[in-house]
Write a protein that binds this ligand. Structure first.
Ligand SMILES: [Zn+2]
Length: 257
């Protein structure tokens, strides 16, 4: 394995993350050194908050252009409160955020054998040249890897019928009724299943860093790039296995030292 140590940064505003279970999962799976830290955004140079705020995006149909943040926006970053459930979500360019974070990793920890995995509530998005718009993303791979808990909830789509029913009536009452009807079929905020699903994304981050291969096209694989919540819950909670091809590359990785 190229990686000799994984440093994973928790997101303290998301209490569903069972960081100790995740740590154990990583140690048991990869038999490598794992260190858990409370948050990437604690004990870091104050400059970072201005830089992070400048990666905000406001227009979904335009490629990234650097935002000049207001004092209030910088203050919001400093506080790192969970705003993911607000109506007005703050969106960030995932690759720009990744670049920013990488600059704040101490030099002695910038080592290709040390993989940094940052869990965050920030909603990361990437601009897609094929349809010329931003899409929410749960995982921004490479080193550091960013995994967005809000992205896990927002990026894979809910059932089509859910949106159709909502289209007719947006009232709070109707929304609650529909949420009840489809309960369990997709991840919600404060969903206790989030932590286990996170393990799958962490696996994807590690495998991507080790092999350079992004995602899998096979729905029976934990590396599957789920477009629908239903697929996500199937591949990460029910099936929980690699396809035969990735089972083999996983074995190879853990047997190299
Ligand atoms: Zn696969």
């Amino acid at each position: 394995m190229k990686i000799s140590k994984i440093i994973i940064y928790d997101e303290p505003t998301v209490p569903e993350i069972q960081i100790n279970r995740i740590e154990k999962f990583l140690k048991d799976t990869f038999h490598t050194d794992v260190e858990v830290r409370r948050s990437f955004f604690e004990n870091v140079n104050d400059e970072i908050f201005q830089k992070v705020a400048s990666t905000r995006i406001f227009e979904l149909k335009k490629p990234f252009s650097k935002h000049i943040p207001t004092e209030l926006e910088i203050q919001i970053e400093r506080k790192n409160t969970d705003n993911s459930q607000n109506e007005e979500k703050v969106l960030y360019d995932g690759f720009e955020l990744q670049k920013t974070i990488s600059k704040f990793i101490p030099t002695d920890e910038q080592n290709q054998n040390v993989l940094h995995i940052i869990l965050t509530n920030k909603l990361t998005c990437t601009f897609d040249e094929s349809d010329f718009r931003y899409h929410a993303r749960a995982l921004i791979g490479t080193n550091p890897s960013i995994i967005s808990t809000t992205g896990i909830i927002e990026a894979p789509a809910k059932p089509k019928e859910y949106y159709l029913e909502l289209m007719t009536d947006f009232s709070k009452e109707k929304t609650d009724e529909i949420n009840k009807k489809y309960k369990g079929e997709f991840l919600e905020y404060n969903d206790p299943r989030l932590s286990e699903v996170l393990e799958g994304y962490i696996l994807q981050a590690i495998m991507y860093y080790e092999t350079g291969e992004a995602f899998c096209e096979n729905k029976e694989c934990r590396l599957y790039n789920a477009h629908w919540q239903k697929e996500l819950l199937y591949s990460q909670l029910k099936n929980k296995k690699f396809c035969s091809k990735h089972e083999e590359s996983f074995r190879k990785i853990i047997n190299q030292s």
